[in-house]
Design a protein around this ligand. Structure first.
Ligand SMILES: *Cc1c(COP(=O)(O)O)cnc(C)c1O
Length: 370
């Protein structure tokens, strides 16, 4: 569906980093990777970390999120977003999705902030998620956040390369996080980065990520720290991938266009989020199936593809439906449940070969022609 897209350039970069002697664990590739990615996104500072989840955790701690606080977040996301909130001891509060994008519904967010404020609860942060590579409506969300005086930590794990009103995903709010997990738009095999314009914010994240060491020669600690930094070898891989980011986005966009053509005449099927997708990084392409109109369900196509060893999956199962978050409060409209029920994510990766693309195309065409 979205496998790592690495080749000779990446291999050469990792070997060069290894031969340079900068193995353990920081080094010049980490510094350069932070600089290059921050520049690409248009922010002042980047802190390269071991994962996107680590970046979320340290971003929340740096905002001062603590036990007893409430953090408002999207229910339509991967568990990592909510898990990081729980690590801080704060309580997640879910907001449902805009049905056309799956992203946090700005009107529902405003209602939620109003309700929580009236109840005297301490909302310490808002964590919106850019779903499948489409930036959330930052204009509306930041307006509400400013009105209520709540900072935004943007989960841009899936949206590196996307824009909102011409501004890059990863550049909104107090800080943003991106992920370089193996299935994301670019990878360091595993890794993430916190991006911010605020030098003190970046400095505090860097401090917490390196075991919270005081700047003295003997090891002295006044805070609990973490071992969350990215290694130099992986940063070298990331720099090579960043050079190819636009190419990889272009390849994913070709897959999106292929699916638009394939399903154009299919009754009851829409390509999810295709409206305005020139601003997206089109990380993953999903379809929505209205089974009454289509005469089939997403699982029917998934089963046919699986018989042909072609991977497909439902959209993220919303967090408020997850057993581990049973009882967590939220403003639930039903939009994300419907997306989960009707959606199917199709092979989208930039590593797909022409032959593999052709095989996917044939399998879907044959299914639609039955
Ligand atoms: C992948 C992902 C993360 C976590 O990133 P890791 O690098 O895997 O820790 C967080 N949020 C969302 C929305 C993601 O898709």
């Amino acid at each position: 569906m979205s496998s790592p897209d690495v080749g000779q350039l990446e291999e050469d970069a990792v070997v060069a980093a290894m031969r340079s002697g900068w193995i353990a664990p920081l080094g010049p590739d980490v510094d350069a990777f932070e600089r290059e990615l921050a520049q690409r996104v248009g922010v002042g500072h980047g802190v390269a970390l071991s994962s996107g989840t680590a970046a979320l955790h340290l971003g929340l701690l740096t905002l001062g999120v603590k036990p007893g606080d409430v953090v408002v977040t999207s229910t339509m996301t991967f568990a990592a977003t909510t898990n990081a909130i729980v690590y801080t001891g704060a309580e997640p509060y879910f907001v449902d999705a805009d049905p056309s994008t799956g992203n946090m519904d700005p009107a529902l967010l405003r209602e939620t902030l109003t309700t929580l404020r009236a109840a005297g609860e301490n909302v310490a942060a808002i964590v919106p998620v850019d779903l499948l590579g489409k930036a959330v409506d930052y204009t509306s969300i930041l307006a509400s956040a400013n009105e209520f005086g709540v900072p935004v930590l943007a989960d841009a794990a899936e949206s590196l390369g996307a824009t909102h009103n011409g501004k890059a995903a990863g550049s909104f709010g107090a800080a943003s996080i991106v992920s370089f997990n193996g299935n994301k738009i670019m990878t360091t095999s595993g890794g993430g980065m916190l991006l911010t314009d605020d030098a003190d914010f970046a400095k505090h994240v860097r401090y917490l990520a390196t075991q919270a060491r005081q700047p003295v020669v003997h090891y002295e600690h006044t805070d609990i720290g973490y071992n969350y930094r990215m290694s130099n070898l992986l940063a070298a891989l990331g720099r090579a991938q960043l050079n190819r980011l636009d190419d990889m986005i272009a390849k994913r966009r070709e897959m999106r266009e292929l699916y638009k053509q394939l399903f154009a005449a299919a009754e009851g099927v829409t390509v999810f989020g295709a409206d305005g997708d020139e601003d997206d990084n089109v990380w993953l392409t999903s379809i929505l199936v209205d089974d009454d109109a289509a005469g089939w369900q997403p699982q029917d196509l998934a089963a046919v593809l699986a018989d042909d060893s072609i991977e497909s999956r439902p959209l993220w199962k919303p967090m408020h439906l997850q057993p581990v978050f049973a009882g967590t409060r939220g403003a639930i409209s039903g939009a994300s449940e419907k997306l989960f029920r009707t959606g199917l994510t199709l092979p989208s990766g930039s590593a797909l070969t022409p032959a593999e693309r052709a095989r996917v195309k044939e399998a879907i065409s044959a299914f639609l022609a039955r």
